[in-house]
Design a protein around this ligand. Sequence first.
Ligand SMILES: [Zn+2]
Length: 112
Amino acid sequence: MHELSVCDAIVGTTLKRAEGRRVTQVTVQIGHLRQVVPDALQFGWEVLTDSTDLKGCELLIEQVPAVVRCQGCGTETTLDMPILMCGACESFDVTLLSGEEFLIVSMDVTGE
Ligand SMILES: [Zn+2]
C-alpha cells in the first residue's frame, strides 16, 4: 500500500526530530498529486505508530490542491485529475504551483 510507505517516512522523520521527547500531534501537508487517500494514511499511521513512542500521537492531514498556471493565457487552474493542463485553453504548457507537497509542517512536543 502506497500510504504505508508515506506513513513510514513520516514516522521515521518525526521520531528523529523528536529526539526522545513525547510528540502529541503531527501536521502534514500532502499535495493532491501525491494521490494519497487521507483515511488510508490515518489508518497506516495508527498501525505504524502503535509499537513506537508515537503511540497515541495524532496525525493531522492538510491537503493541498494541485494548481497550475498556463504559460499561454496566464489562467490558474485547480486540477481534479493529475493531468497538467490549462483549464481555459487546454494547453499543456503550464507551470505547477502546488500539489506535490509532502511535508511535515508542525509537531507538537510536550515536556521540556
Ligand atoms: Zn491557458
